[in-house]
Design a protein around this ligand. Structure first.
Ligand SMILES: O=C(O)CCC(=O)C(=O)O
Ligand SMILES: [Fe+2]
Length: 203
């Protein structure tokens, strides 16, 4: 045990019931995290996210990108996106995360929040194209932001801060019983990039 690290171990479950969320803290060195932040900011094919909500086309300020090992089609909020092929850097990230977490992934959704005005509303990632109860690995680069979970029935709220170069794992029945969100904040003035590595089921 590292007595000088006041963070709980990655095996600690942040959720009191019905799901598993483990925060590993910083899994990349400052230099690695700085490199990936810059690289992804400049080289990912970022597009404004679109969603059809109550029949209306909404274009978000947040930017997104979708990559995978095959041209998977991924549908969420009534929009279908086709995965772009892995870049060498995304593959390297995926392999490092697989090593740390002991899980495997075949795709990655990336989000770019330009500043604290941009966030993501309450949702769960239980889309039918995703492997049921599959692990989702959330990697963050850039400005630190608060991230929250809310139980769908009793509304229990759990929050933490996602650091530059950190890993958060969501596993088991988490998506069935809990919502999560990235609240907007006045405190963040620079970008944050989030990658969620996922498993798409092949049909
Ligand atoms: O930006 C984040 O930390 C969360 C992103 C997220 O929940 C998602 O892409 O489904
Ligand atoms: Fe999500």
């Amino acid at each position: 045990m590292d007595l000088f690290n006041n963070q709980p171990p990655a095996s600690f479950n942040l959720l009191p019931k019905e799901g598993t969320v483990n925060y590993y803290g910083k899994v990349f060195s400052k230099a690695e995290a700085d490199f990936f932040y810059r690289h992804l900011l400049e080289n990912i094919v970022w597009e404004n996210d679109q969603a059809v909500i109550f029949g209306k086309l909404i274009v978000t300020k947040r930017k997104v990108a979708w990559y995978g090992e095959r041209p998977f089609e991924y549908t969420y909020s009534n929009i279908t996106k086709t995965a772009l092929p892995w870049t060498p850097e995304l593959l390297q990230l995926k392999q490092q995360i697989e090593l740390v977490s002991g899980e495997t992934f075949n795709s990655c959704l990336l989000n770019l929040y330009h500043n604290g005005c941009e966030g993501m509303a309450w949702h769960s990632d239980g889309e039918k194209d995703l492997k049921k109860n599959g692990a989702i690995a959330s990697v963050s680069f850039g400005v630190e932001r608060k991230f929250s979970f809310k139980h769908k029935v009793d509304k229990t709220n759990i929050s933490l801060y996602l650091e530059h170069g950190s890993l958060l794992m969501m596993k088991g029945t988490t998506q069935t019983h809990w919502l999560h969100r990235l609240p907007p904040t006045k405190k963040a003035h620079t970008p944050r990039i989030n990658l969620t590595f996922r498993t798409i089921v092949e049909v």
